[in-house]
Design a protein around this ligand. Structure first.
Ligand SMILES: *Cc1c(COP(=O)(O)O)cnc(C)c1O
Length: 344
């Protein structure tokens, strides 16, 4: 076996959903876009539906088919990108609920799928997706007459609790949705943590389910085990890898491990991360290559067969920090070459 293995703990996933759900009096939906943040939309959605999740979200209609197959007929599956040209068949075949984002999408939906469930996304200041205030004002009556399943918006700065954008968007959302009878949703993981005024009827938890910040109390969901391909002895003064970026300061044993930047271990990781043999951390040294990393295993009593790069001690957010990015990007870039196993 020369490829890395991801182990996804569905019990920890379910636990994180329950913990987030317990923070609100609202329904907690699960965001499973991008193949459930890289962890496998089918098994993840299946486990969450078993746990009691009744609403799922994907980014694009194409992603909805796998989720529908996993969760069965009753949960709602919302599509953030709304109703794009050519989506009607997919939306209908898999009973997906598009979150309409523009007057064009509203019109397209009314024309191609009259009577088919939809939601509305409003722009409250992020300027990314959603109806503008003026379009909403114009269309509101017509839309409300068709009983939208949800009216939602998205926060731009929810991971910074003191950011004035949060209260600004909250005010806009309240203002724009005053008096609507449809269910309302503003919060993702960060918004859940901002407190009850952000919760409305439904919260859309994504990264927190998968063990990522800003949900600091999340249980780690993913471990990644990397096979060791070979171990070699270095004399003091020998160097390792591209650019000779690491030099042995003592006689050393270096393990070459099968995973690299093509597998989501960003090349920007300059050091400061470990690979673990059991509980023992071994520093990753030298540059990250496309398919390989090198690890100083001098202090291990025996050569390891595999090393763990993600665990409860070194999380996706630790790898993200070392790479100058965010946990979301690490999670979603854990590569297609990993085999995946699920613990339930
Ligand atoms: C991705 C996304 C979410 C989930 O966000 P997390 O920060 O991962 O919880 C919720 N709503 C929308 C519109 C999104 O795009």
């Amino acid at each position: 076996m020369s490829t890395a293995r991801l182990t996804i703990n569905l019990l920890a996933l379910a636990n994180n959903w329950r913990a987030l759900d317990a923070k609100t009096n609202a329904e907690t939906a699960a965001v499973v876009k991008a193949d459930a943040y890289g962890l496998g939309a089918g098994p993840v959605s299946d486990a969450l539906a078993e746990e009691g999740v009744r609403t799922f979200f994907v980014a694009a209609a194409e992603e909805g088919a796998e989720v529908r197959a996993a969760v069965g007929a009753s949960p709602m599956i919302g599509v953030f990108s709304g109703h794009m040209e050519g989506d009607a068949d997919l939306l209908q075949a898999h009973d997906l609920t598009p979150m309409l984002n523009s007057p064009e999408q509203v019109q397209r939906h009314e024309q191609s799928l009259p009577g088919h469930a939809f939601g509305i996304q409003l722009d409250t200041g992020m300027n990314r997706l959603g109806l503008e205030r003026s379009d909403w004002a114009e269309l509101r009556e017509r839309i409300e007459a068709q009983n939208p399943a949800l009216i939602m918006s998205h926060l731009a700065c929810a991971d910074e609790p003191d950011h004035p954008m949060n209260t600004y968007q909250l005010r806009n959302f309240r203002d724009m949705t005053e008096g609507v009878t449809a269910r309302r949703s503003l919060a993702a993981t960060g918004g859940i943590l901002l407190g009850p005024e952000y919760h409305f009827d439904l919260c859309r938890a994504g990264v927190g389910l998968y063990g990522g910040m800003p949900f600091a109390a999340a249980k780690p969901v993913v471990t990644a085990d990397l096979p060791v391909i070979q171990v070699r002895e270095l004399a003091e003064g020998e160097t390792v890898g591209y650019g000779n970026s690491w030099t042995a300061r003592r006689p050393s044993r270096i393990a070459t491990v099968a995973a690299g930047y093509a597998d989501g271990l960003h090349r920007a990781i300059g050091g400061g991360i470990d690979a673990f043999a059991g509980g023992q951390p071994c520093p990753v040294v030298g540059r990250i290559s496309m398919d390989l990393i090198t690890v100083d295993v001098t202090d291990l009593p025996e050569d390891p067969e595999r090393l763990r790069i993600l665990n409860g001690h070194q999380t996706v957010d630790d790898l993200a920090e070392a790479a100058g990015t965010i946990g979301y990007e690490i999670l979603t870039s854990l590569g297609a070459r990993y085999s995946r196993g699920y613990v339930e």
